[in-house]
Design a protein around this ligand. Structure first.
Ligand code: AMP
Length: 366
C-alpha cells in the first residue's frame, strides 16, 4: 500500500514512521527544499495547487491524506476525483474558517464561546458591544500557534487590536474564563467505527502548546463521555475517516469547543509511547482501510515541546522514561523542532520525572 501525504513536516514524518512497520510506504508533497519527512518518505517538491505535482502524487499513491488543514480544498477535491482522500475534503472546509467551524459546532449542539463575524469597523464595534470584554479578536483563516489573534482585556486595547488585525475577515470571540484546556483525539475508520484516546490536559504559553499531560487528571466519566459524544457528532456529520482532534475549554462542568484539527495533533504525540496504538498508526490504519488499534493509555504520559532551539540531548535522555523526538529541522524562533515524552506508570512518577527534567532543561519557547 502506498500513502500520499500533502505536507512534509513533522506530522508527516511521524505518520511515515508509523506506516513503515505496516508495510506502507509514504510519498509527501511539499513546497519546501528539505521537508523533514523526507528522511523517511519519498518527496515530490511542488506547491499544493500545482496540478502537475498533484498528478505525480496521485500516480505514486493508493490513498491520500494530509498533515495540515490549510491544503487548498479544491486541490483535495481534485485528488478525491481520482483516488480515495481521507479525511474528506469537507472537513478541511469546516476547519479552515473559524466562523464556518463555530457555526458547524453550533449546528451539532456543541457549545462554543460567544462569537461574531467581523469585517468592517462598524461590525467590530457592534460585536464588542454584544460580546463585551475581555474578548479575543482572531483572523478567520490561517491562524495557528497564537498567530493572527489578539486578546482585548480593556477598552484601551481596542484600537491596537483593530490596527493589528483590521481589514481582514475576522472573528470576535468572548474570552472563556476556563479552568483548563483539554483536547480529545478521536479516530474513525472507513466502516464508521469510532475510538477515542483519553482526554489530554494542555498548557499553552504565548499561544503555543507548551505541555500536555495524559490522561488528564480528574476528568470523570461524565466529562469524558460528553467529549466523546461531541466528537462522534463531528465525525459522523463529516463522514470522517482518520484522526481528528478537538480542543476544549473546561469551565466547571462545561466543555466549550475552541477548534478542531482534521489531522493528527501535537497534543497526541504522547501516544507514540503512551498508548497501545499511537495516533499516527491509527490515522494510517484508518485511511488505509485497516482495523483500528486500541486507543487505551498504557500509563501516564507527559509531553513537552521543543520550540526554537536544540537542547542538550544527553540531559534529556539520561533518565529512563524520557523519550526524545527530534524532527531534524533547523531551529528558528517559535518553530517546533522536537518534543520530549515522559512515559511513567503513575501520575506521581510522571510528575516527578517532569520536575527533574525541568531542572535540566526549561523548555522555554524561544
Ligand atoms: P487558538 O489558536 O484559537 O487555539 O488559540 C490559542 C490559545 O489562545 C488557546 O489555546 C487558548 O489558550 C487561547 N484562547 C483562544 N481563544 C480563546 C478564548 N475565546 N478564550 C480564552 N482563551 C482563548
Amino acid at each position: 500500500m502506498k500513502l500520499g501525504i500533502l505536507g512534509g513536516g513533522q506530522l508527516a514524518r511521524m505518520m511515515a514512521l508509523a506506516a513503515h512497520p505496516l508495510g506502507i510506504s509514504c510519498t509527501v508533497l511539499d513546497p519546501g527544499a528539505e521537508p523533514c519527512a523526507g528522511a523517511v518518505a519519498d518527496v515530490i517538491r511542488g506547491e499544493y495547487d500545482d496540478l502537475r505535482s498533484l498528478y505525480e502524487l496521485a500516480q505514486a499513491s493508493d490513498v491520500i491524506t494530509y498533515e495540515f488543514e490549510n491544503v487548498p480544498v479544491e486541490c483535495a477535491r481534485w485528488l478525491a476525483e481520482r483516488l480515495p482522500v481521507f479525511p474528506p475534503p469537507g472537513a478541511l472546509e469546516v476547519s479552515q474558517d473559524r466562523i464556518v467551524e463555530k457555526n458547524f459546532f453550533e449546528k451539532l449542539g456543541i457549545p462554543t464561546p460567544a462569537f461574531a463575524d467581523v469585517l468592517t469597523r462598524a461590525e467590530f464595534d457592534r460585536s464588542l458591544r454584544g460580546i463585551g470584554l475581555p474578548a479575543v479578536l482572531k483572523t478567520r483563516r490561517f491562524g495557528y500557534d497564537g498567530k493572527g489573534q489578539c486578546v482585548i482585556r480593556t477598552a484601551e486595547q481596542i484600537e491596537a487590536a483593530w490596527a493589528q488585525l483590521g481589514g481582514r475577515p475576522l472573528i470576535l470571540e468572548g474570552f472563556v474564563p476556563f479552568d483548563r484546556e483539554l483536547s480529545l483525539i478521536a479516530v474513525r475508520n472507513r466502516t464508521g467505527e469510532c475510538r477515542f484516546y483519553p482526554l489530554v490536559e494542555n498548557e499553552h504559553r504565548d499561544g503555543m502548546l507548551y505541555k500536555s499531560l495524559a490522561p488528564a487528571a480528574n476528568t470523570g466519566e461524565e466529562l469524558t463521555e460528553r467529549a466523546c459524544d461531541f466528537a462522534e457528532r463531528v465525525l459522523t456529520e463529516l463522514n470522517y475517516v482518520g484522526v481528528l482532534a478537538i480542543e476544549w475549554f473546561q469551565d466547571g462542568p462545561r466543555l466549550i469547543a475552541n477548534e478542531m484539527a482534521p489531522r493528527v495533533h501535537n497534543s497526541g504525540h504522547w501516544t507514540i509511547e503512551g498508548a497501545a496504538c499511537s495516533q499516527f498508526e491509527n490515522h494510517v490504519r484508518a485511511v488505509c482501510g485497516l482495523p483500528l488499534g486500541s486507543t487505551s493509555a498504557v500509563g501516564h504520559s507527559g509531553l513537552f515541546n521543543l520550540i526554537g532551539h536544540r537542547p542538550d540531548f544527553d540531559s534529556i535522555l539520561e533518565r529512563s522514561g524520557t523519550h526524545l523526538h527530534w524532527y531534524g529541522k533547523e531551529p528558528k524562533p517559535r518553530r517546533k523542532v522536537g518534543h520530549v515524552t515522559i512515559a511513567a506508570t503513575s501520575a506521581d512518577e510522571r510528575d516527578h520525572l517532569a520536575a527533574e527534567l525541568l531542572l535540566r532543561h526549561d523548555f522555554a519557547i524561544r
